[in-house]
Design a protein around this ligand. Structure first.
Ligand code: ADP
Length: 474
């Protein structure tokens, strides 16, 4: 049934009743009474309609969410239809508002900044991240030109030239050391979407990669130049056998240093490779320590007093080869940076927290405090020529750091210029199990390392752990 017919059906009753009563009054009391009843009845009906119309007009004038008035008869039918329409419109609005809110939350959650600007680069809207990147306060800055907030010439030029095929990269003036990239994407008729991104980390990685390539090239350049120089000499000149042998010896030395560099680079890249998962096996630390100590003595060739002190025999879970290489690097450094006649002590114990501690203490040249935090960076050397002369590649401690990161271990460095250093590896307690065997020691009188030493001034101290933010970058 159509709404019109329902309204007619619902509304016809009242006029019929008035007409019926008027007809009865006419039969009973004459035509005059019939007219009187009819007029009174129609007036009452008209008043009811006027009253309903008034309520409807007031509703239309009220707040948008005011409830639709209720009614009876024909008005009831019409107002119910109106109520249903209003309700379905409200539901649609709610749906739309929820969708808009969802989009807004999604845009707020984006890791990038978003700014909607008009053709004249005036700000219309920005998410929280863009406000933080560019220093916009949406409440007061809506309508302001974006150039008021990003004044770097390259950005101003980018916005004004209007060629948005590429983005632009610039250093933030608000947060020194932060690099931002922005890209404008035109949309709609006269609007643009500006996307801002903090690329500080990416830039740092790119810079590191560039530095790394420059360092490797530089490291290879010197030995290559020496080798090719000698080769030319050998080709061009008739040399005495002794001189020829000397040149060949020097070339072999340079070749060895290149070999060491390439070996260390391969070790580092293997340690960094995602495919190279850690071999977790339990091994006895004592034979490893004895091996490292024996290697140290060979390397020192009697130039130092090398002592080994094992306080707590233990089983260790991890990669024996990797830990052996890390321990070996520390020991080789101690020997290389300790003048002849110095003392080197290798010590192993389990500390009060259950951690396995391998310490290498030397009485060598020591390290000034400002260098200590950077020692594990690739190619960082305090004294480049001393490192080279002693066969260093500048990668030893970087390798140590990566091995320790893979074992969730820490490197602790204490050093004092001119007095010596202690490099300690701290293996987490869950990787160490105390073994009951008697502690073998190849030097019963060896002193326990004394980290504080006798000096009054505090030694430089630093540690590298798996949680170090820069750890994976170097
Ligand atoms: P290198 O091959 O140059 O020894 P490493 O990464 O092993 O490279 O060490 C980095 C730098 O740390 C060395 O060049 C040296 O200056 C310093 N260093 C490392 N160990 C010691 C130590 N035991 N005593 C003094 N300086 C050290």
């Amino acid at each position: 049934m159509s709404p019109l017919s329902s309204v007619v059906v619902a509304g016809i009753g009242a006029p019929l009743v008035v007409i019926g009563i008027a007809a009865l009054a006419g039969f009973a009391f004459g035509a005059t009474w019939a007219i009187v009843v009819l007029v009174v009845g129609l007036c009452a009906l008209a008043s009811v309609h006027l009253w309903q119309l008034d309520r409807l007009a007031k509703w239309a004038d009220a707040e948008a969410d005011a409830p639709v008035p209720e009614g009876s008869g024909a008005w009831g039918v019409a107002l119910s239809a109106l109520y249903r329409r209003v309700r379905s419109r409200n539901l649609r609005h709610l749906d739309l508002a929820t969708t808009i809110e969802r989009f807004r939350s999604a845009v707020e959650a984006l890791p990038d900044g978003m700014v909607i600007i008009d053709n004249a680069n005036r700000i219309r809207w920005a998410n929280a991240r863009a406000q933080a990147h560019l220093g916009i306060d949406l409440d007061k800055d809506t309508g302001q030109p974006l150039q008021n907030f990003v004044r770097q010439p390259e950005v101003v030029r980018y916005l004004e030239v209007g060629d948005f095929a590429d983005g632009v990269v610039f250093d933030s003036l608000r947060e020194i050391g932060t690099t931002l990239a922005i890209q404008v994407v035109p949309f709609g008729i006269e609007e643009r979407l500006l996307i801002s991104r903090n690329i500080t980390q990416l830039e740092a990685v790119a810079r590191m990669r560039r530095d790394f390539i420059a360092n490797v090239s530089h490291e290879l350049k010197t030995p290559l130049t020496v080798v090719s120089g000698f080769l030319e000499t050998l080709q061009d000149l008739e040399l005495e056998p002794r001189q020829r042998a000397r040149y060949l010896g020097l070339m072999a030395e340079q070749a060895k240093s290149m070999q060491r560099l390439v070996d260390d680079l391969l070790t580092l890249s293997a340690l960094e490779s995602d495919q190279n998962t850690l071999t977790e096996a339990e091994f006895d630390v004592v034979p490893l320590l004895l091996q490292v100590s024996a290697d140290a003595k060979v390397l020192s060739a009697g130039r130092h007093v090398v002592a080994l002190d094992i306080a707590d025999p233990a089983m260790v879970i991890g990669s024996r080869d990797e830990l052996g290489s890390a321990f070996g690097n520390l020991v080789s450094n101690a020997i290389r940076y300790t003048p002849d006649g110095g003392a080197i002590t290798l010590a192993w114990h389990i500390d009060e927290d259950g951690r396995g501690v391998f310490g290498v203490t030397d009485s060598g040249i020591g390290i000034a405090p400002e260098h200590v935090p950077r020692l594990t960076e690739r190619f960082y050397r305090v004294d480049r020529s001393r490192s080279r002369e002693t066969g260093g590649t500048g990668l030893g401690l970087a390798i140590v750091k990566h091995v320790l990161l893979r074992h969730q271990a820490e490197l602790d460095v204490m050093s004092e210029l001119g007095k010596g250093s202690t490099f300690s590896v701290l293996l987490p307690a869950r990787r160490v199990r105390r073994a009951s065997a008697n502690a073998p020691s190849d030097n019963a009188t060896s002193p326990r390392p004394d980290p504080e030493r006798e000096s009054g001034s505090a030694p430089a101290h630093s540690s590298v752990s798996a949680s170090s933010p820069s750890a994976t970058n170097n």
